[in-house]
Design a binder for this molecule. Structure first.
Ligand code: NDP
Length: 252
């Protein structure tokens, strides 16, 4: 009896936080994992080692998602190494210090949109080019990592970030219709307050504490709790789910 070839998942920003949790969980479930990072090579390699230690296959690929050439390369490299891309988790994202819109500089706004929106569009486009498959095969899957901020707006915190994530929600709905005939499902998760390094960016730990007081479940979520929802959307268990946006936010 021949064993089933493992499926391949590409995770942007897979070196830390939510992306790393998706990679570890995918490795445990037998996926081959392509771990993308921008600047933290050591963390990405450590994540890949952990995936291999649990029996999975892992490949590390550097690339800045806001750079079109990098995105084309990281998809091509993943496809070359594993021979297929079955699922893409568009996870890489940034959040800036809490500022009013009036205080935000041009470079801050450009970086937010270039990374969170343009980066997601580049990734989705490469997925749409590489992943189409006949409807006799299991579907491919794209999952965008949005945010509860897309729904709540985050006034006086980071409206640019909230707007960037709102764009991902709209992209999820539109692209799910466009790619349905190509047998690719497109979904999103909206994490709420999740314990990762992202809250240290901008040096405002009190923001996480203030957000935490708004969570009905009275605790932050873990990266693994978000990873479970993402991996379900990537898997064949979600074979009739497309255009869905799932909140993983403790009721917030
Ligand atoms: P982390 O800051 O812990 O990790 C971010 C990851 O993204 C790192 O692997 C980082 O790599 C990578 N990354 C950042 N910019 C780029 C880029 N331009 N190109 C490629 N990779 C990049 O973040 P989280 O795990 O917390 O967040 C993951 C996603 O979840 C983000 O999209 C975030 O907006 C979203 N989210 C998080 C929430 C939370 O409370 N944590 C809540 C709601 C949404 P490197 O270190 O090499 O730069």
């Amino acid at each position: 009896m021949t064993s089933k070839p493992s499926k391949t998942i590409l995770i942007t920003g897979g070196s830390r936080g939510i992306g790393r949790a998706v990679g570890l969980l995918a490795g445990l479930k037998g996926w081959s994992v392509s771990v993308n990072y921008r600047s933290g090579a050591a963390e990405a390699e450590e994540t890949a080692q952990s995936i291999r230690a649990s029996g999975g296959r892992a490949h590390v690929v550097q690339g800045d998602v806001s750079n079109e050439e990098d995105v084309v390369r990281l998809f091509a490299e993943t496809n070359d190494v594993f021979g297929t891309i079955d699922a893409v988790v568009v996870n890489a994202g940034i959040v800036g210090p809490s500022l009013t819109l009036a205080e935000m500089t041009g470079p801050r706004l450009r970086n937010m949109i270039d990374t969170n929106v343009l980066g997601a569009l580049f990734c989705a486009r490469e997925a749409a080019r590489i992943m189409p498959r006949p409807d006799t095969e299991p579907s491919g899957s794209i999952v965008f990592v949005s945010s509860a901020a897309a729904r709540l707006g985050s006034p006086f915190e980071y409206v640019d970030y909230a707007a960037s994530k709102g764009a991902l929600d709209t992209l999820t709905i539109g692209l799910s219709k466009e790619l349905a005939e190509k047998n690719i499902r497109v979904n999103a998760v909206r994490p709420g307050l999740i314990e990762t390094d992202i809250h240290a960016s901008g040096g405002q730990p009190d923001r996480a504490q203030r957000l935490g007081r708004q969570v009905p479940m009275r605790r932050p979520g873990t990266a693994n709790e978000v990873a479970e929802a993402i991996l379900w959307l990537c898997s064949d268990a979600a074979s009739y789910t497309t255009g869905a946006i799932i909140d993983v936010a403790g009721g917030r």
